[in-house]
Design a binder for this molecule. Structure first.
Ligand SMILES: [Zn+2]
Length: 468
């Protein structure tokens, strides 16, 4: 390590305790975005973060009101010719039920054995303070950052991010950046560092089938008319073949197959197939020809999420219903588009119904997939920074789920997104006894110190390669 690098590492390490103390104070504010009674607390949480950002050396920090809970924005601009990094996190937290399962009060943080317990310690307040205390550590040592830094922390990530898109749109100029670093994800284990490089998108629909004007007596009409539940069951049964392939024509047309190298990368992610299933008592299913890991992260899905129709109460009711309905969802992968898949699935279902049967197909919501290839210089630099702090190369994680605000940032700001989070699977996020492993946050600070230097060296042009 050069003398400069050593001094920087020491300067950042000197901020570990202030990170822990700051996090304790912030966690005491119960910023639960889904509970209307907590509205003032979410506001207080935003103000806490704004003040904290200024204390750490950000030169501007503002609370941006939204129609829901407020977003916090902070920035420190050093030189317009240097790259600008946008950090994303959220300052709201999940509810705490069931409260009786907590070992300590969720909003009275408890430090124990290198852990900090409390709601929001990992998801996501710890991540945000990891960023801010890194800034403070760099400034203590060098007096300036090697990049321009902007930070956006939304206040309703745990409540659907309803106003995030509008917020980003109306502040597009202020948020302009060369790369986004999203810190709201996990690694696989303390000694298995990881970077998330892909998230699936999604589309969610309701399909409604109607085959008569009214419910019918099963004695008078039974045997002589079509039954909407049987029709719907047939339509749904026809969505997949026996090998788990989706039978909707064109469904796979836009899917970008993984390269051999990418499949190999994914195979290196430690994953216990047996445990994955047995933990929840589930039975393996899905598309033949792909590993379980590939099926749940890199392949598109078409799932039936709910189904109803006819009499469901106690006892018997001799009636043939007029209607039946189901909820469906698709997890989308590059380069599938939600609008295109909605059209294909809707057309297919309509065609599968017998003549005269009314079929309604409605999109409930959708979200885009996000992928930043491992070959992108912004990801490559992050992998190097992580490797040098953790002492081994990170694995590249593909998530089966979606993080809607990440899709918003990728879409609206047209920047590559690097998902750098230091959470762990045992952090119990969204559950009782949420905690963060402090060493993960400390290592994260060191990795960020290296990463900002690496981005500085790449410069705007080096980072400017668009993903995908
Ligand atoms: Zn989160």
């Amino acid at each position: 390590m050069s003398l400069g690098a050593e001094a920087l590492a020491a300067g950042i390490a000197a901020r570990q305790r202030s990170l822990v103390e700051g996090l304790k104070s912030w966690v005491e504010i119960p910023s639960i975005s889904t509970e209307p009674a907590r509205k003032a607390d979410v506001q207080r949480s935003a103000e806490f973060l704004r003040d904290y950002a200024l204390k750490c050396g950000m030169t501007t920090a503002e609370v941006w009101p939204t129609e829901g809970h407020p977003t916090v924005f902070a920035e420190r601009l050093e030189d317009p010719s240097w790259p600008t990094v946008l950090v994303y996190g959220h300052h709201d937290v999940q509810p705490v039920d069931p409260i009786e399962e907590w070992e300590a009060a969720p909003f009275q943080p408890l430090e124990r054995d290198g852990l900090l317990l409390g709601r929001g310690t990992a998801d996501d307040k710890g991540h945000l303070l990891m960023h801010l205390e890194t800034v403070r550590g760099i400034l203590d040592t060098r007096g300036r950052l090697p990049i321009n830094l902007k930070l956006i922390a939304e206040g309703e990530e745990e409540d659907g991010s309803d106003h995030f898109e509008a917020t980003v749109r109306s502040h597009r100029e202020r948020l302009r950046s060369d790369v986004a670093v999203i810190s709201d994800t996990s690694m696989l284990a303390e000694d298995v560092p990881g970077l998330t490089v892909a998230l699936r998108g999604m589309a969610y629909w309701e399909v409604r089938v109607r085959s008569s004007r009214t419910d019918l007596h099963s004695g008078v009409y039974g045997g002589a008319v079509l039954n909407p539940i049987a029709i719907l069951a047939d339509m749904l049964a026809g969505l997949h073949d026996a090998r788990g392939r989706v039978q909707v024509p064109g469904f796979y047309d836009a899917v970008r197959e993984l390269s051999a190298g990418e499949r190999q990368e994914l195979a290196q992610v430690p994953f216990d197939e047996g445990g994955f299933l047995s933990e929840v008592g589930a039975i393996a299913g899905g598309e033949a020809g792909y590993t379980l890991m590939e099926r749940r992260t890199t392949r598109p899905t078409l799932e039936i999420c709910g189904i109803w129709g006819g009499y469901q109460g106690e006892g018997a009711k001799t009636v043939i219903p007029a209607r039946a309905a189901a909820k469906l969802s698709s997890r989308l992968v590059p380069d599938q588009g939600a609008a295109q898949i909605t059209k294909l699935v809707g057309d297919h279902l309509r065609q599968a119904a017998p003549p005269g049967v009314e079929v309604e197909f409605e999109l409930i919501h959708d979200g885009r997939w996000v992928e930043t290839p491992t070959s992108h210089p912004a990801v490559d630099a992050a992998a190097l920074a992580v490797a040098s702090v953790w002492g081994r190369d990170p694995v590249f994680i593909r998530e089966g789920g979606s993080i809607p605000p990440v899709a918003t940032i990728a879409d609206e700001l047209q920047v590559p997104c690097v998902l750098f989070g230091v959470g762990l699977p045992g952090d119990h996020i969204h559950a009782p006894n949420e905690r963060v492993v402090l060493r993960q946050l400390f290592r994260g600070m060191q990795a960020l110190g290296l990463l900002w230097d690496a981005y500085s060296e790449l410069g705007i042009d080096g980072l400017g390669v668009r993903p995908g």
